[in-house]
Design a protein. Sequence first.
Lengths: 380, 237
Amino acid sequence: MSDPRTTEPTNVSTTVLGADEIILNMGPQHPSTHGVLRVKLKLDGERVVDSECIIGYLHRGVEKIAEHRSYQQFAPYVDRMDYVAAVSNGLGYCEAVEKLLGTEAPIRARVVRTILTELQRIASHLLWLGTHALDIGALTPVFYCFREREEILKIFEKYCGARLTTHAFRIGGLQYETYDGFEQDVKRFCDDFVHRIDEYETLLTENRIWVGRTKGVGILSAADAIALGVTGPVLRASGVKWDLRKAMPYAAYDQYKFEVPTRETGDTYDRYVVRMEEMRQSRLICLQGIENIPTGPIMARIGKVLKPPPGEVYHSIEAPKGELGYYIVSDGTTQPYRVRVRPPSFINLQAFDKMARGSLVADVVAIIGTIDIVLGEVDR
Amino acid sequence: MANDPSEKDSASKTPASGAVGKPAAEKPVEPSQAPSAAANPSAPPAAKPAAPAAPATPKAAAPPAKEAPPKPLPLDNELVQRLKARFGDAIHEATLDRKQAIVTIAADQLREISRYCRDDEKFDMLVDLTAVDWPKREKRFDVISILYSFAKNERVRLKAHAGENEPVPSVCEIWPAANWLERECYDMFGIVFEGHPKLTRILMPDEWQGYPLRKDYDILKQDTDWVRENLGIESGQ
């Protein structure tokens, strides 16, 4: 099937060519674009002069679907946006609707949510690390990363029956109590995991090839990052110490001690270091969480039919990829009037052009990997 | 759900937790259990002027079913006063909904107000830019920009009303982040942003007809149109 978009010129600047310039098309079916991202590159020799991302191949119109579902019915859909961090999506959505309702999940539910969301962050970062390293040519880490990620998915499966699109949380709290042995499983994983991160680091952190391929590649200054609305580890690697878990704590994050790692240059290597440290911090949050899960109810009293009072709310969380926000408008009925998702991948991907200009073609692969996008979330 | 291994265990712990949507809590959360500071942890500190009222909320929220619906309250903090002093009539209304600040402004002043917010009020990041369609209203679109200030750690929402064929000034030159966001707005609502460097569809195919997130765009439109065109029958959905 021919896609009309592949034949039409999409950007004036990429169609006017200098004497030595060529256009190279990457994707939408390319292993290193992590899904269906298409990038058009204007090259001068091996240097990227201009670039354009063409997205929308995975657009499913979730924001439209939301207007035709009840608040509860829409909850499983959000898992299908950033499908490698479904738990985080669910947390953001449930908390946003709770805020719209003017209620809050009980403390026990919030603590369990925090633990699961941090496990999800580790799982998401592991997937990023494995595939990012694979893109650059390090074959080994992906096997180790998937091994550890599997342990996290097993915990999810034991908890709610699903591994990826978990729908782990409900509006108002949790559907399920934690299973017997939940704390032990999380503890076993955390105790084991600290050695595993050390292992990954021996493979990569001082590896000459890895450093050569990532240092100084895809530099994004702090000013540019803020102007482009970039959030999450990409922003922190550029030297902005900002994390929504600290800035505007939600769930039970205000109860736990953790550091927000930052770096200065904002290159691909820095983003690698930041995410590695974030996994260590997430592990610490999980350990603090299981130490004392408060007893009590897991569901707030919200009733079966949700009719939030008319009004609107914006709520965002620190998802593994950045600020994931939900802007929900209620007209007082059982269905949301409008649900807008602020997708971190979409907005971070916009910085790709800035990062890629002037770099080599081979580095484009590293830059796509380092932004850590999930096309399901970019296109929604 | 019945296959869920944890179902049995959870059922024994809390009998009600198996039923969808049914609150497992047999009694409401004790106010003492919910620390007052955590009552609305991520409410933007834009709500600061209303802070004295905040400690009362957890108690009031204890029986949520009986709680009066939160109404948007008029907001009159220093930011709003400064905005009003500078832009006068262009600031239509300032409200506080669920402790979040919303400033309704004149659409034609969007760029000036945005620039002022960025440079003078230190709202350095454009978090999101989106729209809401109210087809029955005279000016059917709300164009919403959510701004964040790192220095103040607060958010503010600028809301501008725009009619169907009324261009809205682009804020791309103020925040480059607006580029794709405005394209998405154009793609989904057909709102034209004046001064945008390249206002084309972003998520939908270029030749797409209509604007999917408008309220009068039926969710089955694409299916029914396709069936009518290609099969020559009504889809019956």
